[in-house]
Design a binder for this molecule. Structure first.
Ligand SMILES: Nc1ncnc2c1ncn2[C@@H]1O[C@H](COP(=O)(O)OP(=O)(O)OP(=O)(O)O)[C@@H](O)[C@H]1O
Length: 236
């Protein structure tokens, strides 16, 4: 079953001649992680903005199952500096009762390993902690679909590996439909069920990653899949 479906979608930015997507079709399967990888400027962020409904296609149809709740995580955490971690994470549910906010925010903060930072301000967080807070803010509405645009791209290698491992665990419990944009082949293979290689205006290749979770980047099978993706990418 598809959570999101794109049928013959074409898109170009207003005032620009070049098509970013041209007659593009894609089925995003429910509860699976789809990683999108591709050269800089090929249209990955544009694709995610179209799925989020932040941009409208010039042609074609994008359908998201109507009951689905969308969450988004960007490369930068985009926390409000004058609000505490609790208040930032609670923002999407600020109209709910305080009791409800407390219960849910504490639940997601625990999930991302930030229980101790409830009253911190963003300036008191490390880059990895801030990104965890951004993830918590996206999880607070229990999204069925999580759109992630290079969510761990600005983090150092060790922090990134830790947050990937935690995200893998969260995904194993929550079973969201995830679209993950990444430049990191290892990250794609570690987290995704399917890796798409995007080229100018179209999908160049797709690879299913048929390995059990949790996956270690040092696992020989993971290394083999990563080599295959790298191969597709360099030949694209
Ligand atoms: N608001 C905009 N107006 C006009 N053109 C844009 C706009 N945003 C992006 N583009 C162009 O669309 C193309 C695709 O951009 P997009 O950001 O989707 O690529 P990307 O694959 O996500 O790149 P990167 O990996 O570098 O983040 C690029 O040529 C870019 O210059």
């Amino acid at each position: 079953m598809s959570a999101v479906s794109l049928r013959n979608v074409s898109f170009r930015y207003p005032g620009h001649d070049n098509w970013i997507l041209n007659n593009f079709s894609l089925e995003i399967k429910e509860q699976k992680v789809l990683a999108i990888i591709g050269k800089s400027g090929c249209g990955k962020s544009t694709l995610i903005r179209l799925i989020a409904g932040l941009l409208q296609p010039n042609e074609g149809i994008i359908t998201t199952q109507s009951s689905h709740q969308l969450g988004m995580v960007f490369q930068d955490p985009r926390l409000l500096p004058w609000k505490t971690v609790f208040e930032n994470v609670a923002l999407p549910i600020r109209n709910e009762s305080i009791e409800y906010q407390k219960r849910i925010v504490r639940e997601v903060l625990e999930l991302v390993g930030l229980s101790h930072t409830e009253s911190y301000y963003p300036s008191e967080l490390s880059g990895g902690m801030a990104q965890r807070a951004a993830l918590a803010r996206a999880l607070v509405q229990s999204p069925d679909i999580l759109l992630m645009d290079e969510p761990f791209g600005a983090l150092d290698a060790i922090t990134r590996a830790q947050i990937q491992m935690d995200f893998e665990k969260i995904q194993q419990t929550k079973k969201m439909t995830v679209v993950l944009i990444t430049h990191e082949v290892n990250e794609a293979v570690r987290l995704a069920d399917q890796v798409l290689v995007l080229g100018n205006t179209k999908i160049l290749d797709a690879l299913s990653v048929d390995l059990p979770h949790p996956r270690a980047v040092t696992d020989l099978h993971v290394i083999q899949y990563a080599a295959n993706v790298l191969n597709l990418l360099t030949n694209s």
